[in-house]
Unconditional design. Sequence first.
Length: 191
Amino acid sequence: MRKFLLVFLLGCFTPLEAAQVAFNFFSQDGFDEGAVVTGIFVGEDLNGDGQLSSFNSEITDFSMQFSGNSLVPAFSLDFDSLFGLVYDLDGGPLGDGFSLDVEGIGAESVMYSYNAGPGPLDQCGVGIACAEVTDLTNGGVSSSSELILVSSSVSPVPIPAAVWLFGSAIFLFVGFMKTSPLTRKFHEFTR
């Protein structure tokens, strides 16, 4: 019983490492008539490979907005529209990484789509479209040869106070059980 109590106490009072969650704000300009895409994606590198990937269930939130132009009207897409997102956590623009899974964003609703980066478009660079927004109702397309600029904010997820409270309550409960008159009578009865 003492070994169990010692292991339990060490487990309760050993500092736990907080997980890192990245809030990534992105923007992309260079679309026809000065239109821009802005948005946010949130994720956690669960497998420690240096990438956030929706294919590994590491993206927990996503939204983007297109400002609109004469080819494609303004629209927004959310997490339910996302079918793929990969970002290298190197701090560079989204679209410059070709290691592991190739970087990119793909999102589509019934009326609009947004595909960006070399992942969904196969190529990306000077003179080659890095992104396309499409009006699926009339076939209008607006493209950009700019990479997606990403501004990340990483914050630790705090360990809930409930973990510490639960550990303390169990410790007190075990201590109380050892010294309670009822416990003593139970031990005398079972001997």
